[in-house]
Design a protein around this ligand. Structure first.
Ligand SMILES: [Zn+2]
Length: 261
């Protein structure tokens, strides 16, 4: 289905605008030129405060870094951890561009689809991973909420947004293989979230189709969720005594996060 997320992601109260199909929106955007539209929509991200990161979190690019628009209203915060991590695919093109510029443009496009196309308050998902493995904050307040063991309520899994956190993985994985860099970052992000929220990967990590009537995250990615759960569990078990080797491996793989704290 073309419209996997736009019809299904938001619970009551989120929608404000007209419903536009993703295909119609993409067609219009491509026709007009992605870059020019992305630029014209940029606004100061007033609601987004800088977030400092510790070494035990993956490098997550902030909304300010990808030039997010301000949300229509700030995300609602629930003062408890989510109990499920929901894996999505964007069902967009399997781009070959692995650059930071491409990743940031992806985040802006998703925000535009969700705000202007679906009429939502902001990007629906809390986190986004590009095919190059670049991790970005989606919905406003998500990073601060994770650090505080809270949930910034998103719009990614109909009727389940109050207890789930969503990760959008760039690409369409109905058949295509998941790029190694995307996979490695997805493991890192799930390790981080399971650790931050004290979740067991075996039960916490699920696919969107486990909650709603959708093909998301595609058969190819969905088939790898057992492997994802095992990889995350192994990493968590290996980090038992403290930060040690696990913390070191994260910081050596990912650029240090400074200058934004
Ligand atoms: Zn989904």
């Amino acid at each position: 289905m073309v419209n996997e997320h736009s019809e299904e992601g938001a619970d009551a109260g989120e929608r404000h605008g007209p419903q536009v199909t993703r295909r119609a929106l993409i067609g219009g955007v491509v026709g007009a030129g992605l870059l020019s539209i992305g630029s014209s929509l940029m606004e100061p991200a007033m609601a987004d405060e800088p977030v400092a990161f510790r070494a035990d979190a993956p490098n997550v690019y902030t909304r300010a870094q990808w030039n997010a628009r301000s949300p229509k209203r700030p995300a609602r915060i629930i003062g408890r951890p989510p109990d499920r991590i929901v894996i999505h695919h964007t069902a967009s093109a399997n781009a070959k561009d692995r650059s930071l510029d491409h990743a940031f443009a992806l985040s802006r496009k998703i925000q535009m689809w969700h705000m202007d196309g679906n009429g939502w308050n902001d990007s629906g998902q809390q986190l986004t991973i590009s095919r190059g493995g670049i991790v970005m904050e989606g919905r406003n307040r998500s990073l601060r909420a994770i650090r505080a063991k809270n949930l910034a309520v998103g719009a990614h899994a109909l009727n389940h947004n109050n207890h789930t956190i969503g990760i959008e993985n760039e690409g369409n994985y109905a058949k295509a293989k998941v790029p190694a860099r995307l996979w490695d970052s997805l493991v890192e992000v799930c390790v981080w979230l399971c650790r931050a929220y004290d979740l067991r990967p075996s039960e916490a990590i699920i696919g969107h189709r486990d909650l709603n009537s959708t093909t998301c995250p595609g058969d190819a990615l969905y088939a790898r969720l057992p492997e994802l759960r095992r990889a995350v569990a192994a990493r968590l078990a290996g980090s038992g005594g403290g930060e040690g080797a696990t913390g070191a491996s994260i910081t050596s793989i990912l650029p240090s996060f400074d200058g934004f704290g």
